[in-house]
Design a protein around this ligand. Structure first.
Ligand code: HAM
Length: 420
């Protein structure tokens, strides 16, 4: 029986893991410049954290969560996203008592029971940011810009920023009434989920994966016609700041996002290249004015976004953006008999202590397989120790790039390495 990984989940092996960490390093380096500090929350949360925030009519909550009961009969869920856990932690740890804005970033696995396909997995990694404490279009513009800077830092091309405002509570109440009236005349054609959403949360209909390509969706009322003057002005200000920062955008009046906590500005960075990824969101987010108070905290707004790591990685592969990631060894020690093997173990650890990535072949005592091993690791130096070297307290060292070989006293080895 050969076990296989869980459907929709990935192994990252060697080079792939190096690429993964390279992305992590670039994005965290970049976001720290924008004043964000890291937050690490548990991968499991009480199920209610997501039901209450993402929304009980959302696809995530109704279809995609990995939920189970623990031995104490508590309903727990593997986090499908990062905003709700961070908001939960922000309140639980009273971070709101700080006098100023709190800017947090996170990086970790998320779980959604979706239909796996290119760029869509059941376990995927998100890099996300959340800023709590200010309701200001200036913050919104600056935060959206930090996402733009991450694309720039990674070198990813063919990305467009789509942005919309879904307004404040009053705007959305007015819009929900219009939508309910509009879709009521199409109710027999709506899928089963949308028929239910029509009553409970008509905005979610716009996000339906089954119905959204139907012709009557195109003529549905637009949120832009229901925005209050305050929401309209807020949106315009944020757009002005984006222009000031040199970020071009497209207003997409159909963009509503599939999570219930959003208010005012929502946005997605979409890939628009000419391949099967076209239209895929690489990063998405928005403002949420009421999530903290809905969770029982004070009336404090938040805004954030999350990148999907697998999607970044696939695009970077396609656009050839990874540097030559050197995953081999600096030095491989070849030993030609048992006593030399012992000595190579000792020598390898001296070299490692000096910072050289050093490997030995633990098994073979003949040259050929050990040379093959060194080649596979792309070793810059190959050290050879046999009986003769041992007796003379010397080593033979090969510089594989310069194609030189010499025998030197072992005590001179560190000097030799420094010089070469
Ligand atoms: P989301 O749009 O559900 O938003 O996910 C954000 C990003 O995660 C997507 O744009 C995509 O790149 C990636 N993603 C989502 N699902 C998958 C999947 N099944 N496989 C691979 N990648 C995926 C959120 O999660 C919000 N919490 C974002 C946010 C933060 N809003 C405010 N703050």
């Amino acid at each position: 029986m050969i076990y296989q990984k869980v459907k929709g989940m990935l192994d990252y092996i060697e080079n792939e893991a190096d690429k993964f960490r390279y992305i992590e390093k670039c994005v965290t380096d970049e976001i720290k410049k924008h004043g964000f500090r890291e937050i690490i929350t548990p991968i499991l949360e009480n199920t209610e954290v997501f039901v209450h925030s993402v929304g009980d009519e959302s696809d995530i909550v109704t279809k995609e969560m990995y939920t189970f009961f623990d031995k104490g009969n508590r309903s727990l869920t593997l986090r499908p996203e990062g905003t709700a856990p961070v908001a939960r932690s922000y309140i639980e740890n009273k971070l709101y008592s700080r006098p100023s804005l709190t800017k947090l970033y996170y990086f970790g696995p998320m779980f959604r029971y979706e239909r796996p396909q290119a760029g869509r997995y059941r376990q995927f990694y998100q890099f996300g940011v959340e800023a709590f404490g200010d309701s200001s279009p200036l913050l919104d513009g600056d935060l959206i810009y930090s996402g733009y800077k991450i694309f720039e830092r990674l070198g990813i091309k063919d990305i467009v920023l789509k942005i919309n405002s879904i307004g404040d509570f009053l705007s959305r109440e007015a819009y929900a009434i219009k939508l309910r009236q509009y879709f009521f005349s199409y109710r027999d054609r709506l899928c089963e989920d949308c028929q239910r959403r029509l009553e409970k949360n008509p905005l979610r209909i716009l996000d339906c994966k089954v119905d959204r390509n139907q012709p009557y969706f195109r003529t549905a009322p637009k949120i832009s016609d229901s925005l209050t003057p305050a929401s309209r002005a807020y949106f315009q200000k944020a757009l002005d700041y984006l222009t000031l920062l040199g970020v071009s955008y497209e207003i997409d009046y159909n963009l509503v996002r599939g999570l219930d906590y959003y208010t005012e500005i929502v946005f997605e960075y979409i890939y628009q290249g000419d391949d099967d990824f076209k239209g895929l969101a690489i990063c998405a987010g928005g403002k949420y004015s009421n999530l903290i108070s809905d969770f029982g905290g004070p009336d404090i707004p938040g805004i954030g976004y999350a990148f999907g790591l697998e999607r970044i990685m696939a695009l970077m592969d396609r656009q050839n953006l990874f540097p030559a990631l050197d995953s081999g060894a600096d030095i491989v020690i070849i030993a030609l008999d048992e006593l030399s093997k012992e000595h190579s173990l000792y020598l390898a650890n001296i070299l490692r202590n000096r910072g050289y990535r050093t490997e030995i072949d633990y098994y073979h005592t003949t040259l050929k397989p050990q040379f093959r091993f060194a080649e596979r690791l792309n070793a810059l130096f190959i050290i050879i120790i046999g009986e003769e070297e041992r007796i003379n307290k010397s080593i033979t060292i090969k510089n594989t790039k310069r194609k030189t070989q010499e025998t030197i006293k072992e005590e001179k080895l560190l000097d030799y390495l420094k010089e070469h």
